[in-house]
Design a protein around this ligand. Structure first.
Ligand code: PEP
Ligand code: MG
Length: 312
């Protein structure tokens, strides 16, 4: 019955008592964005991982070429919300045209927004291309930086994005950013929580290691407590707090995230219908109750059980 309900689910995302939650798509390029739009279950793009289009390039793509790429994603959603992430290169995703230092711990090295240390012009070109792509369309892209760790990084990024008439945000995927969510949100218009990396860095456990899978489980109460902190900061400032990691694809956890104050859920489009169905069957009050119980739990299994008791 769940599968049947998911097959016919078309959105919009909301709880049984009408609390709206945007259900968005993670995409990699124009074709994946068009495929997401054609499914008709996502209201926009919550994470466009721009680095994926550049992984096999030996030179930096020209601004004109980047403009076409960004335009293809904006056009696929025809004026709907599109969140574009600046390059998250480095660590497991090295780009050939970026000077990468030899690093002993690349996951904690020059990755994401930190490429400005070696190649600040690459981010400038990318922002120019995003602004050019938006010109003449009804879309005002939201642009966010990955791997932000300090308030200063958020402030510096926001100024560059605003100067181009775009909407600035940052990812919260480093624990320091979650701890300082209040101050960071004061600098930007929105945040999006990357639960994959937030879990990796909170638990000090490599997200690629199968041996450590029980640590890199986003149901870890410590991770949920950080998300709760970010959700509360977003609510206090009336700013959107999205989640764009794998956690947003787990229907039960998605309801818990909503209870923690998350306002949009972005995942692979195939996961969206099951999330939409689950959310539509519970009230916001139930989500809040489940979220409190999950944060208070002492293990991932206790957190899941507590959420299931409330949400079914
Ligand atoms: C995340 O870290 O949760 C995220 C969405 O970014 P990525 O998986 O691309 O690192
Ligand atoms: Mg990440």
């Amino acid at each position: 019955r769940v599968a049947e309900a998911a097959a016919s689910w078309r959105g919009p995302g909301q709880t049984a008592d009408g609390h709206r939650v945007l259900i968005l798509a993670n995409v990699a390029d124009g074709p994946s964005a068009r495929a997401a739009a054609e499914r008709g279950v996502c209201e926009g793009v919550g994470l466009f991982r721009t680095e994926l289009a550049f992984l096999d390039r030996s030179d930096e793509p020209s601004v004109a070429e980047q403009t076409d790429l960004y335009r293809s994603v904006i056009d696929a959603f025809d004026g709907d919300k599109v969140v574009i992430r600046t390059l998250d290169a480095g660590s497991d995703k090295p780009l050939k045209f970026v000077t990468h230092p030899d690093e002993a711990n690349p996951a904690m090295g020059v990755r994401g927004n930190r490429i400005i240390l070696s190649n600040p012009e690459i981010r400038e070109h990318q922002l120019d291309a995003i602004a050019a792509a938006a010109k003449g369309t009804s879309a005002v892209p939201w642009v966010m930086a990955p791997m932000i760790a300090t308030v200063g990084e958020a402030r510096e990024f926001a100024a560059l994005v605003r100067a181009r008439g775009l909407v600035p945000g940052v990812m919260v995927e480093v624990p320091s950013a979650a701890v300082q969510a209040d101050q960071i949100l004061a600098e930007v218009d929105f945040v999006s929580i990357g639960t994959n990396d937030l879990t990796q860095y909170t638990m000090a456990a490599d997200r690629m290691s199968p041996e450590l899978a029980s640590l890199t489980d986003p149901w870890q109460p410590a991770v949920l407590a950080l998300i709760e902190r970010v959700g509360a900061a977003g609510a206090a400032q009336s700013k959107q707090v999205g989640v764009c990691g794998e956690a947003a694809a787990d229907p039960l956890l998605a309801c818990v995230l909503v209870g923690l104050g998350v306002t949009s859920l972005s995942s692979a489009p195939a996961a969206a219908p099951a999330v939409g169905v689950k959310l539509g069957g519970v009230t916001l009050d139930q989500c809040v109750t489940a979220a409190k119980a999950a944060v208070a739990a002492d293990s991932t299994s206790a957190a899941r059980d507590a959420a299931r008791t409330v949400l079914g």
